[in-house]
Design a binder for this molecule. Sequence first.
Ligand SMILES: Nc1ncnc2c1ncn2[C@@H]1O[C@H](COP(=O)(O)OP(=O)(O)OP(=O)(O)O)[C@@H](O)[C@H]1O
Length: 497
Amino acid sequence: MDVDESLDEAVLLGLQEDTFVTEEQRQEAEAERRRKQRKQRLLQLQAAEEVSSAPNKEVPSNHVSIPVREPLNNFAEAEDDIKLNGEDKDDEFDMFSSSVSPVGQSDKSGDKNSSNTHSRGDHNHQEDWDDAEGYYKAVIGETISVLDDSIRLRVAGVVGKGVFSTVIQCSTISNTSSTSLPPIVALKCIRHNETMAKAAMNELQTLQKLNGSPGIVPLLLPTALTPLEHRGHVLLIFVYMEYNLRDVLQKFGKGVGLSLPAVRSYFGQLLAAATHLQKHGIIHADIKPDNILVSSDFSVVQLADFGSAIHVNSPEQNQITPYLVSRYYRAPEIVLGLTPTFAIDLWSIAVSVAELFLGDVVFRGRSNNEMLYEFMQHLGPFSNRVIRQHLVQCQKFPDVVQQFQASEGAYYVFLQQTVDAVSGNAVYKRLSLQRTTEEQKFPLATPLKQRLLKAKSANDSKKIVLQFADLLQKCLALDSTKRIPLKEALRHEFFQK
Ligand SMILES: Nc1ncnc2c1ncn2[C@@H]1O[C@H](COP(=O)(O)OP(=O)(O)OP(=O)(O)O)[C@@H](O)[C@H]1O
């Protein structure tokens, strides 16, 4: 591999320099701002948690499902932002937002009071119920009645907030409807916005197809495709789950990861859930620790948030977007603008469970371009076939940024994005990647296997960690067509006790 001279990306890609450079810089600045904000918030939460004993959040001392590993010295200097929260969302723009403030992260971790600070006007106007972004301003203790008052729910607190909704924990006060409800439910209150409501219909349709499948969070209401509504907000009522995997990782695996038996159990359950998705022709398309819910005894995991789900037989849904899935969990074929398949979920599952074990994000790139660099550092070069497909897609879809160039003689040229030290502008280095590894000058990262072995605790058997590494490698084939089939993955020796 040779590192050629830096060339301006505008020259290489034929893009307007100003537009692209400004956008990249804006993204990075926004990412930094969000990271700082999130970190501050998490530090506050952690401080609050330390002073309160929070008995309902502690793992029972005799609990065996999720044994926590001893801290390892080699992780002592791990980046603190990873310990706090794995993922940035800097390329997830909220196009529906009317302000520049980012959408908040999950409000779990016991911050149930976050919802009661809102006030309402005396008039029955939408703005009395919604904030500027169209989120429902839930007030602790208020009653929400649905289905002609046959169901009454009392708001206990906001437990999650995403781009599409706020998720509110509610207790069931009364229920004379034909659907039985548990005493506590999760109410997903979609933002007041036409596009959001349409997305919610997609989620509703998907969930109704999948309802009853193991590993998928059960939707309690609505039972038909007629949406439930409250003050102009579409509502979905789910079984309430105490945690998500991000919470669990922060609470029990900060910087060191979770125990191997816990990771193995979660991995198996997620692969089984993926087989149900495949059976119903559904790609989740946003699997990450935040969207994997965990039961109060930590033994069961379930996939949530089907707002981005793709129905493979519905051609209008198979749109090409290089920003599908949150970046750290995004499969290479998405970055390259190829058509997403079930294999993108397998990729996201594999990087999520590897993160659970490592206590650290597996591929940490600040942009799609950096993600590609990370992939090649860890997993080697892309095949010619994949590069050719990428170049074809670049011609067809304007959103797909050209990341490689075909090259005579050389294997291919990767257009690595960097920032010019003098001008601060984005520039591209042309990295000519040779096929033969002995000629590689590419700074290879520590192989995943080594990272896993380093993260292993004294309690973990080396043999099983190596089996885990082998299975992960098979799930993380750069070429999506080479990834291990789900059935085979479930039969892998890693799962044989
Ligand atoms: N059934 C549930 N029980 C408890 N908490 C839940 C439940 N469903 C969702 N949550 C919490 O709410 C958060 C947001 O939910 P969800 O991801 O469905 O919302 P969204 O608005 O679609 O988010 P995104 O921005 O990821 O698209 C989740 O990360 C999770 O922490």
